[in-house]
Design a protein around this ligand. Structure first.
Ligand SMILES: [Zn+2]
Length: 122
């Protein structure tokens, strides 16, 4: 490989790395917004449970109220799956993963977090 070829190859590699950084940041922002939506649903679920438990004449949970928060629970589950899918894509793009407990970055094949000792569970 002559100098020009090496130079071109280096430029291409840098371009790919920049694209990966942009893509990873996009996925992380997506996950942050999904997590924000989950947090809103947690609040709403909490409020509904509170209402169910405190409404006059109610002996706690009733089916009518359960039906109201069921769609939120379903949506939270979908968002959680989407977050996991994005994390997997980030992991494939960067060949590293974040510790679920402390967020420490580790190589994709690491079994335990060196920061907090938490297991990655595969
Ligand atoms: Zn950790």
């Amino acid at each position: 490989m002559n100098f020009m070829d090496k130079f071109k190859s280096g430029v291409k590699e840098a371009g790919n790395k920049a694209k990966i950084v942009v893509e990873v940041n996009r996925l992380k922002m997506q996950n942050s917004s999904k997590q924000g939506e989950i947090d809103k649903h947690w609040q709403e679920i909490g409020r509904m449970v509170y209402e169910a438990e405190t409404s006059a004449g109610s002996a706690g949970m009733n089916p009518e109220l359960s039906a109201r928060w069921a769609p939120l629970i379903d949506r939270v589950n979908v968002l959680k799956e989407e977050i996991q899918a994005n994390l997997l894509e980030i992991r494939l793009l960067t060949n590293e993963k974040d510790c679920p407990k402390c967020g420490y970055k580790a190589a994709a094949d690491t079994q335990f977090c060196v920061q907090c000792g938490s297991g990655f569970g595969g």
